[in-house]
Design a binder for this molecule. Sequence first.
Ligand SMILES: [Zn+2]
Length: 491
Amino acid sequence: MRLYLEFLPEYNEVHKTRIGYAFSLFCAIYGHQSLAADEAESADVRIVYSPEDRNPRPKPALRLSNLYRARPIQEPAPAPRKFSRESESTALFYSPAPGAEPDWLAEIFEWVSCADEYSIQRRDPIGRIDFRDSYAGRHHLDVGVPYAAVAMRFLHEALCKCLPGVSRAPEFGIAGGTHFIVNTHDVDILPAGYFGSLQRLGKYALISLLVFRSAKHAAAQAGMALAMATGGVNPLDQTPKLLQRESCEGVGASYYFIPRHAHRRDANYGINDEPVKSLMRSIERQGMEVALHGSYTSLDQPGGLDSEFQILRELGFQPRGNRQHWLRFTLDRLIPAVEETGALYDTSLGWDCIGFRAGACFAFPPYNFAHERAATFLEIPLAIIEQGLVTSGRPEGKWYEDCARLLSSSRRYGWGGISLLWHPTAFGAGQLSPEIERIFWKLIENKRECNDTWTSALDFVQSISERYINAGLLPQGYGSEIPKEAVLSHG
Ligand SMILES: [Zn+2]
C-alpha cells in the first residue's frame, strides 16, 4: 500500500518524530510505501489525526484518535487498558473514545521504544532492570504477546477496511514467506583443562541439586565427572560438536565471544589463548559468524564496548554485532555505546525469562531518546534464552510447548527477526537438563514444516536491512562495508 501520514498542525517536532518513527517501522515490517507530502495525492490511504468535521476528503482516510502525549522520560507509561475487536484483544496505553480508532502508532511507539523502562530507578543485584519492575511485570501482562506487532495488525486491518475488496491477510513481501529465527550462542565457558572442567561439573551438579532441585540430573552430572576422571570425554567441550551438527542441519549461527576479563563473572578463558583463537577461526571456516559478547562491565566506562570490538579486530576478526554478557545493560547506556562502535546490530534486548521485551517479534532500530531519532543499528530482540526455561518454574514437560507457542505467535504476526540463545554448555547435559538440548534440535527439526529460516544474525541483517533503509529508519550505506563474499548462506 502507498500510505501518507498527516499530522495535526499543532504537533511539535518531538511528537512528529516519535509517531513518524512508529509509522516508518510499520511500513518497513509490512512492506508499505510511506509517501512524502508532495506525493500525498497518490496515496491509497491517508492516516489522519484531524477531527471528522475539519475537511471533507476525496481519498480513503483512516482517522486515528489523537492520544499520544510525550511525557518526561522519568515518568512511567500510563497503565494498560484492555481492548477487543472481533476475535482479537490486546492492552492499550491510551484508550480511545467508544467506537473511535485507537492511536495505533502511539501504541507501537510506546512498546518498541521501551519508554517506560527509562522511568525505572531500581536495579537488580546485577545492575539490570528486574522483570518484575518492568511495564509487563508491574501490570501482569503476558510477555509472550508481541503487543507492538499486535498493534500493527490492528492498524493493517483498519487500513484494509478503507479499501473495499483488499484482502485483510497481510502480504509482507518476504521471499518464500519465511519466518526468520536468529540462532545465537554466547560463549561464556570453554573447557578449562582437566581439573578446571571437573571442578565446574561438580559445581553444576550442586546447582542442579540445590537450585533446580533435580537429584536425578545432579546424579547424572556426578556420573559424567566420574567418567571423565577415569579417562572419558569432557562433557563441557560441546562447541565443536554443536558446530558440526548445525552445519549438517543447514542452519546458520552466531557465536559471541568475551574479549576482556575485568570481572569474576566474565569468561573463564582468555581471548588471546591459542585454543580460543583457533576455535573462533574454525567457527568462521564453517560459515558461521563470530561477534562480540560485551563483557560484564563493558558499559560501565565510556568507550568500553568500542574497545572490546577493537580487541577482536586486532585478532583479525570482523565483529558486526553484540550481545551483553548476563544481559547486563540499561537502554540509556546500551544505545549510545552500540552506536559508537558502528556495529550493525545488537541482540541484548530480552529478559532472562522468555518473551518479547519490547513487544516486538521483529527487528528494529531502537529509539534514541537523547537525540530524538532512530538509532543507527538494528536490535534483534532476544525472545528465548534456554536458562529462562529452567528458571521458569514450569514443569520440564512444558518447556518445548512454551517455546513453540512463542514462535507461533511470532509467525502469526510477522516474518520474525527474533533471536534465540542456547549457550554451548547447554548441550551435552553437563550443565543443564538434557531436555534443553532436545528442545533445540526439535525446533530445528520443525523448521521446514514451520517455514522457519534459522540464520546467523549477520546473514539476517544482510537479507532484510534494505527494508529499513528504504523506510528511512537506517542510514543509507548501512552494512555496505561488508564484502559480498562475507555473506554467509544458510537455509
Ligand atoms: Zn554471557
